[in-house]
Design a binder for this molecule. Structure first.
Ligand code: ADP
Ligand code: ADP
Length: 223
């Protein structure tokens, strides 16, 4: 369970991106819906410990996230909105490399982890292809595989369907739903359809404030 209380963030230029946000996120898939500029990325980056909010608290299980960001990072998978890839490296090589960084020292164990992830995200057939040649959908599925190394208990995905065609979007969202069977998955998006079928609980963020939490179809009037 993720508990956020009275989280506010004011950027140095005076922009108040988050205004006393309080939110409880249970296990499973949770949607964060809001128009551009609502504060979604600011909230995702705060939870992911990439920026320190001006005030408030974030707890995940027994981790006090702002006091001990390292503890959260050990159990976090984060797929940012625009993540870069090394173009000439293959999917297999990159995942193997990240597995090393995450502490999988033994090559046999790494092989097991990397092969399982490549199968899970359906990239096994293209595992030796350079990332530069990946389509948008393949890239996002690679991104989620990358985020899942180390078995995170909290997975944050920021605007993942931008630029994907409807079929790839659905494929990606269904993959998230599978992942959410065993973790907390927060999906941030400005697209109602992204959360409509998969996120029974969705929070609506507007102007840095949570205006409602409920089933996506009940929130549409707020957009
Ligand atoms: P969203 O992800 O919902 O589009 P953001 O969190 O990116 O919203 O932005 C919320 C508000 O904060 C916007 O008004 C945006 O322009 C502003 N903002 C975001 N990042 C910064 C920054 N680094 N400095 C100043 N203002 C920012
Ligand atoms: P998003 O849709 O994720 O909010 P943005 O286009 O708002 O993306 O922001 C892209 C990058 O620019 C982010 O790193 C954000 O922090 C920064 N940014 C956004 N708005 C501002 C702003 N008004 N001043 C400075 N940096 C900003």
């Amino acid at each position: 369970m993720l508990h956020i209380e009275n989280l506010s963030h004011v950027y140095p230029n005076g922009t108040r991106a988050l205004d006393s946000v309080s939110l409880q996120v249970p296990p499973g898939m949770f949607g964060l819906l809001g128009p551009n500029g609502a504060g979604k990325s600011s909230l995702m980056r705060s939870i992911a410990t990439l920026q320190t909010p001006t005030s408030g608290t974030i707890r995940f299980g027994d981790i006090d996230v702002l006091a001990d960001p390292e503890a959260l990072r050990r159990t976090l998978g984060y797929l940012p909105q625009d993540f870069g890839v090394y173009p000439r490296v293959s999917a297999y090589e990159m995942l193997d490399h990240i597995a090393v960084l995450k502490g999988y020292a033994a090559s046999g164990e790494r092989r097991t982890v990397v092969e399982a992830l490549l199968n899970q995200v359906n990239l096994w057939p293209v595992r030796h292809k350079a990332l530069a040649g990946f389509s948008g959908g393949m890239r996002q599925r690679f991104g989620i595989a990358q985020a899942l190394i180390g078995q995170p208990r909290l997975v944050i995905v920021d605007e993942p369907t931008a630029g994907l065609d409807p079929e790839e979007s659905n494929r990606f969202l269904n993959l998230l739903a599978e992942i959410a069977e065993s973790t907390v998955v927060i999906l941030s998006t400005h697209i109602v359809q992204d959360v409509a079928n998969l996120c029974p609980r969705t929070a609506m963020l507007v102007g840095g404030k949570i205006v409602r939490v409920g089933a996506p179809l009940d929130l549409i009037g707020e957009l």
